[in-house]
Every structure is written in C-alpha cells, then in structure tokens.
Design a protein around this ligand. Structure first.
Ligand code: DLZ
Length: 159
C-alpha cells in the first residue's frame, strides 16, 4: 500500500454528486488536536463546497481516537446519512500506537458491518508529527478532504 506522492486533497469534481440533501455526522478526536482541527476544517470546507448546509452537519468531539467508535455509535442516533471519523495516531515509545490503530480500524470496520450508514476512516496513523502535518493540510493534502469526498460518494451509493 503506497501513498508516496499521493495528494489526499485531489479529486475529480465532476465525479462527485450533489450533496445538498445529505446529512453528515463528524466525530473528531481531540488527541493531537492541532492535526485533527485541520482534518475537521478539510471536512467542513469540502462538504460546504458540495452544498451541504451547516444544519445538516453534526460534530461530536471525543478525547482520543479510541473513543471514535463509541462516538460514531452515538452520532448515528442523529439520523445522519454517513459518519466521518477523524483522528491522528502518532507512534510513540510504547506499543500504544499498534493497539489503538488496530482497535480503531477494526472498530470502524465493525460499525460498517452493523450500522446502516457508511462510517469513513479519516484517521491518520503516522510514524511522527511531520508525517501527520504533511497529511492534514500540508504537502500531501488533507485526509479530511479525502474523507469528506468518500462520505459523499458512499451516501450516493446507498441512495
Ligand atoms: C493514550 C493515547 C496515546 C498514547 N496516543 C494517542 C494518539 O497518538 N492518538 C490518539 O488519538 N489517541 C491517543 N491516545 C488516547 C487514546 O486514544 C484514548 O483516548 C485513551 O487511551 C483513553 O481511552
């Protein structure tokens, strides 16, 4: 799986459906907040640019990426068409990175199996802070933009 030279903010605008009637839930982790704030900006700017109105976007904050799973379950009660999970997990000195990354990926996979709406994996899993900066509005674009575009496409798929 290579992402070298891929810019996460590039997409073909013509291939994206109108999203003006879609409702989105965004769950954002506050761990590594500088990074996740930029991911959230990327999501919101992108949804607005496809005519999603502010009243159709619900945002929940959770303390860390591990809590994204429960946050997604709760935001589903708001009758949204898709859920976008945003987080930034950065490798440290302990094995926390592996446990949290695996749990979050598996948890979001499970939600996709059990919920009736798509749950999007907008979680950066990086070796260091610079890699996270590069992918949250830096030289490799913004994972939040990619997550928003994916969410719009998946809602359209289910309609
Ligand atoms: C504990 C922890 C650590 C060490 N690192 C991160 C991280 O890089 N990114 C992240 O989103 N969360 C981290 N956390 C917090 C956990 O996700 C979780 O919030 C706590 O373990 C409490 O359940």
């Amino acid at each position: 799986m290579t992402t070298a030279n891929k810019n996460l903010s590039f997409f073909d605008k013509k291939s994206i459906p109108n999203a003006s009637n879609f409702k989105f839930g965004v769950v954002v982790s506050k761990w590594n907040e500088k990074i996740t704030n930029n991911l959230l900006d990327g999501v919101l700017d992108t949804l607005y640019s496809f005519n999603v109105v502010q009243s159709n976007i619900v945002v929940f904050e959770v303390p860390g990426s591990f809590e994204l799973i429960y946050g997604a379950k709760k935001i589903n009660e708001k009758n949204v068409d898709a859920i976008i999970c945003l987080g930034s997990i950065i490798k440290g000195e302990t094995k926390h990175f592996d446990f949290i990354s695996n749990c979050v990926a598996n948890g979001i996979k499970d939600l996709n199996i059990h919920l009736d709406v798509p749950v999007i994996f907008g979680v950066l899993t990086d070796d260091n802070e610079q890699q996270a900066i590069d992918r949250s509005g830096g030289k490799y674009g913004n994972k939040g933009v990619e997550a928003a575009i994916t969410a719009i496409k998946m809602v359209n798929l289910g309609k």
